[in-house]
Write a protein that binds this ligand. Structure first.
Ligand code: FPP
Ligand code: MG
Length: 334
């Protein structure tokens, strides 16, 4: 399901058509941007693009711009939205190499089809192309913001690597990883949208706060779906975080509610790719001891904070769409 489809019933048909049209234009822009004179780069770009995605990041750039209520250049919103999606595509291609993931969105990953080296290098091309789009756009403030968010993304991923294998993470340590690897970039998309529409400082801060909390909720839900999602819908195998030794909130919240024996059993399989036998027991414990409930509550609280931040903005259909996008992030099944 794309971001556009999630808004049905929340706003009038004309606004719905507008966002649908905008996302279709972003999609066309992306098809041009992933083109390359090197056939393998083009193949991997097209493969990643046709695997689909919610296109949430370009939707946030556009909705944030719209929510300011002043005229802005729609071509710029489209191009910068495509740029943000291309950075996101590059990070996922790299992430699938790091995670040794065979499938994403129900389709084989670029690395599974073309090998890790080709996938890494093609991801590098997409990232570099996105940077050249930013340079052509020429707004130093946008370039500065996006570069910082990309540093956050990469450092977040390295931090996650550093803590691999640790089951005893504090919520604060974990939240900082979520901020770096996911929330910072969504915050950036919202701030970029605000900026191109000439937002005031207060409006830009409000949209940044909204994006931060939506990003936190997005990753919390992603981590919940990893354990208890319908894997036919997520298109990813179950409990990859456990097999990779990556402690996310369901496991962190479960830990204080476990006895010695349970902890020993769960630790034994943590970080083992073939420890499939432990997974049903862990999922049952997460359900029974309230760990899923705690993670759900954290995501719901983040969405409440995101929506609260929007009250600074004028009451427009774009603001309603931003709130609908926030709800979609927690309700999504894939
Ligand atoms: C998905 O997390 C991964 C990210 C949100 C960030 C990935 C970042 C990098 C690989 C480093 C930076 C790369 C570039 C090109 C700048 P996940 O593994 O928890 O989610 P998943 O379930 O979707 O795989
Ligand atoms: Mg991953």
């Amino acid at each position: 399901m794309t971001a556009a489809a999630a808004f049905a019933g929340r706003v009038d048909d004309a606004t719905l058509r507008q966002i649908g049209d905008h996302i279709a234009e972003v999609e066309a822009e992306l098809r041009v941007l992933v083109g390359s004179r090197v056939a393998l780069v083009e193949t991997i770009g097209a493969h990643t693009l046709q695997a689909g995605g919610k296109r949430l990041r370009p939707a946030f750039v556009w909705l944030a711009a719209k929510s300011i209520g002043r005229p802005f250049d729609p071509a710029r919103a489209r191009r910068l939205g495509a740029c943000m999606e291309m950075i996101h595509m590059a990070t996922l291609i790299h992430d699938d190499v790091i995670d040794d993931a065979a499938t994403r969105r129900g389709q084989p990953t670029a690395s599974a089809v073309h090998g890790s080296t080709a996938a890494i290098l093609s991801g590098d091309v997409l990232l570099s192309r996105a940077m050249s789009v930013l340079a052509e756009d020429g707004d130093l403030d946008v370039i500065r913001r996006v570069s910082r968010a990309v540093v956050d993304l990469a450092e977040g991923e390295v931090r996650e690597l550093e803590i691999r294998g640790r089951v005893d993470l504090s919520y604060e340590e974990h939240a900082e990883i979520l901020r770096m690897k996911t929330a910072s970039f969504i915050e950036c998309c919202c701030r970029v949208g605000a900026r191109i529409a000439g937002a005031s400082e207060a409006e830009e801060v409000a949209l940044g706060t909204f994006g931060h909390h939506v990003g936190m909720a997005f990753q919390l839900v992603d981590d919940l779906l990893d354990y208890r999602g319908d894997h036919a819908k997520t298109g990813k195998p179950a409990a990859t975080d456990y097999h990779e030794g990556c402690a996310t909130l369901p496991l962190i919240a479960l830990w204080p509610h476990l006895g010695e024996d349970e902890r020993a059993r769960i630790s034994a399989g943590f970080g083992q790719a073939d420890a499939i036998a432990y997974v049903p027991e862990i999922i049952a414990l997460m359900e029974a001891r309230g760990a899923f409930r705690e993670a759900e509550q954290a995501a719901a609280d983040a969405i409440t904070q995101a929506k609260d931040a929007l009250t600074v903005l004028p009451a427009t259909s774009a603001r309603e769409l931003l709130a609908a996008a926030a709800d979609f992030v927690v309700a999504r099944q894939s």
